[in-house]
Design a protein around this ligand. Structure first.
Ligand code: HEM
Ligand code: HEM
Length: 140
């Protein structure tokens, strides 16, 4: 298992922990729900679910496709962009009430980082799904 696969899967579990913690705080203290809801939703949807998909996809899709991942280096950049980006987004939402100015920039920076990471994923997997060379020759 490549290092970025292992860490996408580990970070997915970390985000599951964060999302569930925020969920439990909302369950026991509903007055805080309006402040925590979006941080909770994204820790779980963009954190737990998406990171799990990224990790599993980077491991499994090259094998389905019969060719190596196009770029391990870009996958590593994606790992950092997605996790630092999501941390910025979630921290931005959590601190929205406290530091309105900081919120905007944490949130925007995090969103751009996460989106750039997603663009790398699209490119990397798209290229990886091209038919293996021997197969293309066979089809001619
Ligand atoms: C993958 C799992 C989950 C995802 C993707 C998810 C996503 C969401 C989303 C999108 C909302 C906002 C709903 C709205 O706008 O009305 C929400 C709210 C909420 N979720 Fe989750 N959730 C998950 C699991 C859980 C679990 C397991 C719990 C309980 C332990 C939970 C507790 C809550 C609570 C208390 C709210 C706030 C409701 C309110 O605004 O009063 N969530 N969640
Ligand atoms: C990390 C990049 C992302 C950013 C910057 C982002 C941003 C946002 C914003 C600004 C909203 C509207 C909040 C509002 O109503 O004021 C939203 C809502 C939502 N997003 Fe995301 N999002 C991201 C990723 C995702 C992903 C990957 C998923 C699902 C897999 C997702 C699921 C949702 C859901 C379900 C809602 C509705 C929550 C609610 O109304 O309570 N988001 N997002």
């Amino acid at each position: 298992m490549q290092i970025f696969v292992r860490w996408f899967l580990r970070m997915s579990l970390v985000w599951l922990g964060v999302g569930m913690l925020l969920a439990l705080i909302m369950v026991f203290d509903p007055a805080r729900a309006s402040m925590l809801r979006l941080a909770h939703a994204h820790a779980l949807a963009a954190g737990f679910v998406s990171m799990m998909i990224f990790g599993v996809a980077y491991h499994v899709l090259p094998r389905f496709s019969g060719r190596p991942l196009e770029s391990a280096r870009l996958a590593m950049v994606h790992l950092w962009a997605a996790n630092l980006g999501l941390a910025g987004i979630v921290a931005g939402w959590l601190s929205a009430g406290l530091l309105p100015g900081a919120w905007t920039w944490l949130h925007r920076g995090g969103a751009v980082a996460f989106a750039l990471g997603a663009a790398l994923f699209i490119y990397n997997i798209w290229k990886t799904l091209e038919a293996p060379k021997w197969n293309a020759l066979q089809q001619r």
